[in-house]
Design a protein around this ligand. Structure first.
Ligand SMILES: C[S@@+](CC[C@H](N)C(=O)[O-])C[C@H]1O[C@@H](n2cnc3c(N)ncnc32)[C@H](O)[C@@H]1O
Length: 230
């Protein structure tokens, strides 16, 4: 077991210690060296998702929007596996705007020459296989609003970490929040109250959730916010 010791591209901070985050939280159940998984998640955020998923996954299915190569899926999925739960992870695997060639988070190692596009699905599959999560984490390959429209199962935990434009963030909020069961957890990544720290759309949907009076805040860790549906 190990925690993420890789530099987080979003906030430049670094995780500490083997098996323990800087805040002293232990993540005991990851069956993979998480530093070998490409991704955009701080170790403290991963530990928080892991901790909340261990409780939520006993109540019903978990779902995340934005698999990329599986970093958050490992943290949430390992918790699901520990309690006999399940995680669905939704992504078209073509990358977000900021992942495209010429943009800040372009990674040429996930470029598929034949497709002329990014393809992170093989990397997700490799991560899930190495982490022993193929029976627990179910990839859904498609655009988030299309999947949301046809989704029916009440969710115990929803993690929004998909497209970060206003169009995509709003579509995820509108399409998916209604699928949360009462008491279900809504986790949103890259919430930056100060615009100097990052883009506004995730903060905007976080603000809308609180303003709706249907959610209360449970925890804030780095740029991760966890809310509970009332
Ligand atoms: C920030 S990354 C997710 C990072 C991942 N959670 C991790 O822990 O490393 C965002 C992902 O959302 C996906 N995405 C963006 N817009 C989407 C949409 N409308 N439908 C499905 N996936 C989308 C991108 O392909 C990308 O893989």
């Amino acid at each position: 077991m190990s925690v993420d010791r890789e530099k987080c591209p979003h906030d430049g901070t670094q995780a500490h210690g083997q098996g323990e985050t800087a805040r002293g939280w232990r993540v005991t159940a990851l069956n993979i060296d998480i530093a070998t998984v490409r991704g955009f998640l701080h170790a403290e955020e991963g530990a928080a998702l892991h901790r909340h998923a261990q409780v939520a996954a006993r109540r019903g299915p978990c779902l995340e929007i934005g698999s990329w190569c599986g970093k958050s899926a490992v943290y949430i999925g390992a918790a699901c596996k520990a309690v006999g739960g399940i995680l669905f992870t939704v992504d078209h695997h073509r990358g977000s705007e900021e992942n495209q060639p010429g943009w800040e988070y372009f990674d040429e190692t996930v470029w598929d020459e034949a497709a002329g596009a990014i393809d992170t699905l093989p990397f997700l599959r490799d991560t899930l296989r190495r982490a022993g999560l193929e029976e627990t984490v179910i990839p859904i390959v498609g655009r988030s609003p299309v999947v949301a429209k046809h989704w029916a199962a009440p969710l115990a935990l929803l993690f929004i970490d998909g497209g970060h434009t206003m169009e995509h963030a709003l579509a995820d909020w509108r399409g998916w929040a209604r699928h949360l069961m009462p008491g279900g957890l809504l986790a949103i990544h890259d919430v930056f109250p100060d615009p100097a720290d990052g883009g506004r759309p995730p903060f905007e949907i976080y603000r809308r959730a609180l303003a709706s009076d249907l959610f209360e805040e449970v925890e804030a860790v780095e740029s991760l916010r966890i809310l509970r549906r009332l």
